[in-house]
Design a binder for this molecule. Structure first.
Ligand code: PGA
Length: 252
């Protein structure tokens, strides 16, 4: 039995404030909302405040956050500034890890800070193509999770949403097969139980070229509790189709 889904859109560096407001207004007025499915958007920072004033059913989150509260950190945004504006903070997206060189240690500080400021968090992990091809997928994921969660209380880790996003499947049109995704999701869930002694009920989202045509097969897998969607979250049609598709899995 599925407990429900989180369907999240990661807009990355796309959409002006005006476009963001139009998109979210469209969602609020045109999709059916369902208690079992949380609809979440990660827009660029500059849109967050405007969106926070208009959202009713849609949840919003920031794509990044620095761990300090204030100070000489040019260009950064702090948890204190996001408070009251966002529900969620996204931490460790592969573009942050790989383009901006964010290390497991830095991401651990960000995750701790976001949790201590009361945000819900989505923490991303995923292997690169060469890591998969050399048989190191599980090793990489394990290290990202163990280092990312180091020093965080069990009761707080329980509430972290994990997003598994194989780097080779992001924005490439190559999706992991539902079986490939399921295998890693199951590995992550078992790690949460064996290493952190959790009940294994964390939401684990899949990300990487999710679109309406493949979302049903992915979301039907036992350990896939939702999706983190880049490209297909930028169009109202494809994003709302994925949301509506997920309802049918919960109520076949
Ligand atoms: P994609 O991006 O759906 O465009 O592959 C997913 C992500 O990076 O979160």
């Amino acid at each position: 039995m599925k407990k429900g889904f989180i369907i999240a859109g990661n807009w990355k560096m796309n959409k002006t404030v005006k476009e963001a407001v139009e998109f979210v207004n469209w969602l609020e007025n045109n999709i059916e909302f369902n208690d079992m499915v949380e609809v979440l958007i990660f827009p660029p920072f500059v849109s967050l405040y405007e969106l926070s004033k208009i959202v009713k059913n849609v949840k919003i989150g920031s794509q990044n956050m620095y761990f300090e509260e204030n100070g000489a950190f040019t260009g950064e945004i702090s948890p204190v500034m996001l408070k009251g504006i966002v529900d969620y903070v996204l931490i460790g997206h592969s573009e942050r890890r790989n383009i901006f060189n964010e290390s497991n240690e830095l991401l651990n500080k960000k995750l701790k800070s976001a949790i201590s400021h009361g945000f819900k968090t989505v923490f991303c992990v995923g292997e690169k193509l060469e890591e998969r091809e050399s048989g190191n997928t599980e090793k990489v994921i394990k290290e990202q999770i163990i280092k990312g969660f180091e020093g965080i209380d069990k009761k707080d880790i329980e509430n972290v949403v994990i997003a598994y996003e194989p780097v080779w499947a992001i924005g490439t049109g190559k999706t992991a097969t539902p079986q490939q995704a399921q295998e890693v999701h199951e590995f992550i869930r078992e790690l949460l139980v064996s290493y952190f002694d959790l009940n294994g009920e964390n939401y684990i989202l899949y990300g990487g070229s999710v679109k309406p045509e493949n979302s049903n097969d992915l979301l039907s897998m036992k350990d896939i509790d939702g999706a983190l969607i880049g490209g297909a979250s930028l169009k109202t049609r494809s994003f709302s189709d994925i949301i509506h598709n997920s309802y049918k899995i919960l109520n076949p």
